[in-house]
Design a protein around this ligand. Structure first.
Ligand SMILES: Cc1cc2nc3c(=O)[nH]c(=O)nc-3n(C[C@H](O)[C@H](O)[C@H](O)COP(=O)(O)OP(=O)(O)OC[C@H]3O[C@@H](n4cnc5c(N)ncnc54)[C@H](O)[C@@H]3O)c2cc1C
Length: 357
């Protein structure tokens, strides 16, 4: 019988402390996939496929089973990147049963800026032309933007033999940040990305700056789309701050007619509110940070939890915001045993982290 996971690959990892690495894998991936664990084996399941990791003879034996060649490459790359990250400075080796070609990444799209405008005082929309917008229709909403240094010919990433991505460095180093495709304009073959402007005195914000400073004709890369599809459900609760507003706006714009949606969106003040056209039935509650008591913490998370508690258990709960808020809502959903398939909870940025990817 077909499992729908016909694309397979195996690998062997040689960490210094394989048991500890298996623990780290489980601890990390539980935020992104379903993790089944026993003493010497972990199975990670996500819509992209299944990774089975078996601790044997001081090695980790890896088996990947995925629904397409594309998802197989994505799962391999994601796992490889994480394993090397967990290995840190310690000696580590990873080999795969089939050679990894040093080709350009299949989900890399070179695009060109066609315009930029302010949607609200702190939300700047950049429009880019893309030779083929088909992969961006429906499905996953997220991309990594790759911005080459100004004035240089872009050098795009390729695969390494261990499955990781070889990023250009030195003078060709790319700015890499995660963003959401806010809209796909099929007629004009354009994609829209909304960049929240969160400048802080003395802190570099290269992603936000790109949107402010880009010019028509600038070239950039989009890696994706991936991670985080448009939810499908007749009842949804959508929660987020400005970083999630493009995602929320896209979801409500693309839901099936009649979908029942409640949204809780935290912005600075009423000037940051946006119209959210939809064919669903939408109730939006805008939270204005400016009105919060000084030192208030976790307001968005508290509001999300109250709304979850009051909602029907089969509601799809979609949450994206700062790390602490996202984690707090995820724990709450877990404590209520909310169906994992009916939730998406992600942190989109982190206080003082310097990077939120
Ligand atoms: C899957 C995904 C999709 C995303 N989609 C979008 C999107 O469509 N639009 C969008 O604007 N953002 C989006 N984000 C968030 C965005 O990637 C981060 O905000 C990113 O940190 C911005 O990069 P930067 O270079 O401007 O700032 P960084 O260099 O990453 O950070 C600089 C400083 O700014 C602070 N900071 C970062 N982000 C925020 C924020 N949102 N609010 C307040 N302070 C912040 C950091 O704590 C740090 O101190 C998304 C993130 C993910 C993971």
């Amino acid at each position: 019988m077909s499992t729908g996971l016909e694309f397979q690959l195996s690998g062997i990892a040689y960490p210094q402390d394989p048991a500890h690495m298996l623990d780290e894998i489980c601890e990390h991936f539980v935020e992104h996939s379903e993790v089944l664990r026993n003493a010497d084996r972990a199975v990670l399941k996500s819509p992209f496929g299944t990774a089975s990791i078996h601790l044997q003879d001081q090695r980790l034996l890896i088996d990947l089973n995925c629904p397409s060649e594309h998802s197989l490459q994505m799962v391999r790359t994601s796992l490889a990147e994480h394993l090397f990250y967990f290995a840190g400075e310690t000696e580590f080796d990873l080999t795969w049963s089939q050679p990894v070609s040093a080709a350009l990444l299949p989900n890399l799209h070179e695009v060109m800026v066609t315009g930029a405008e302010d949607v609200t005082p702190h939300m700047r929309r950049v429009k880019v032309s893309c030779a083929d917008v088909t992969p961006f229709i429906g499905g996953d909403m997220h991309v990594r933007i790759l911005v080459p240094p100004r004035g240089r010919q872009p050098v795009w990433p390729r695969y390494r033999t261990d499955g990781r991505i070889a990023w250009p460095d030195g003078e060709d180093e790319l700015l890499v940040r995660a963003y959401t495709i806010r809209a796909v304009d099929v007629e004009r073959q354009e994609l829209w990305i909304d960049f929240f402007q969160h400048p802080m005195p003395g802190v570099a914000t290269p992603g936000a700056d790109f949107a402010r400073n880009c010019q028509i004709g600038d070239r950039l890369g989009l890696l994706g789309p991936g991670s985080g599809g448009l939810p499908v459900s007749s009842r949804m609760l959508l929660v987020g701050d400005e970083s999630a507003l493009p995602g929320i706006a896209r979801i409500v714009a693309e839901v099936a007619p009649g979908t029942d949606i409640e949204a809780i969106i935290e912005v600075e003040d009423s000037r940051e509110e946006q119209p959210l056209p939809t064919e669903g039935t939408l109730t939006v509650r805008w939270l204005h940070r400016r009105r919060y008591a000084s030192g208030a913490n976790g307001v968005l998370a508290d509001q999300a939890k109250a709304a979850i508690a009051a909602s029907d258990p089969d509601t799809f709960v979609w949450v994206a915001c700062e790390k602490d808020d996202a984690r707090s809502v995820r724990s709450f959903l877990k404590s209520r045993k909310h169906d994992r398939k009916s939730m998406y909870v992600a942190w989109y940025w982190e206080w003082d982290a310097g990077t939120a990817i």
